[in-house]
Design a protein around this ligand. Structure first.
Ligand code: E4P
Length: 217
């Protein structure tokens, strides 16, 4: 399972990289706005350079076919690591088909149903991004969506990768791994949370105390 970080914050991206477990980055217009990024193209290039290898999702703003194509081509041209992120709308699916034919990698975002995932896969999307946390927020079961997409993709041998998104905590990540999501994208604080267990801290403290005791005699 590959780990992506879901942020536009360079310090978080660098710190996650230094952990040695990062495979890519996802961003969206809200994450860019949170960091106050105005020149998004420059920022995408900086992220691509910082991570060295792995996909970096860059989202189109246009919602019409021609606009998405123009924007997506320009984004893909910025750096070989760029994956063009396209919303799950009719025009978006048409754009994904064109990008696929042009060899441009895509991430179909805002997926909330198995039917939407299947449509994106049929158009040739590299990734589909089901937003499980946002489904949980409105009383639906986000994890069931991951399982259903996995089942459908397995039945037909579909190569589109499931990029589990809107992950809010460690249990989400573990269940996504159990369901067979290919990638999980997480905020920095979720990645940090994966390391933590009170028994690890307690155990290490004891080992170090025993070492000191044994070596100070
Ligand atoms: C993924 O590509 C999205 O940027 C992200 O996971 C959305 O997460 P949120 O629901 O926490 O905003």
């Amino acid at each position: 399972m590959r780990f992506f970080i879901d942020t536009a914050n360079m310090a978080e991206i660098r710190e996650a990289m230094e952990m040695g477990i990062l495979d890519g980055v996802t961003t969206n217009p809200s994450l860019m706005a949170k960091e106050g990024i105005k020149n998004v193209e420059e920022h995408y290039i900086a992220i691509c350079k910082a991570i060295g290898s792995g996909d970096v999702s860059a989202e189109v703003i246009a919602t019409d076919y021609a606009g998405m194509i123009q924007e997506g081509r320009a984004l893909a041209h910025l750096h070989p690591h760029i994956t063009v992120k396209v919303p799950m709308i009719k025009e978006g699916i048409k754009a994904i088909r064109t990008f696929t034919e042009e060899g441009i990698r895509t991430n179909c975002t805002l997926i909330f149903s198995p039917a939407q995932a299947l449509l994106a896969a049929k158009a040739g999307a590299t990734y589909v991004s089901p937003f499980l946390g946002r489904l949980d927020d409105v009383g639906h079961n986000g994890m069931q969506l991951i399982g259903s997409i996995r089942q459908i993709f397995n039945v037909y041998g579909i190569k589109t990768q499931i990029l589990a998104a809107s992950i809010r905590h460690t249990l989400h990540l573990i269940q996504c791994a159990e369901m067979g999501a290919d990638v999980a994208t997480m905020p920095f604080k979720v990645i940090e949370g994966l390391f933590k267990h009170p028994l690890t801290d307690k155990g290490l403290e004891q080992f170090l105390a025993d070492y000191q005791k044994n070596n100070s005699l």
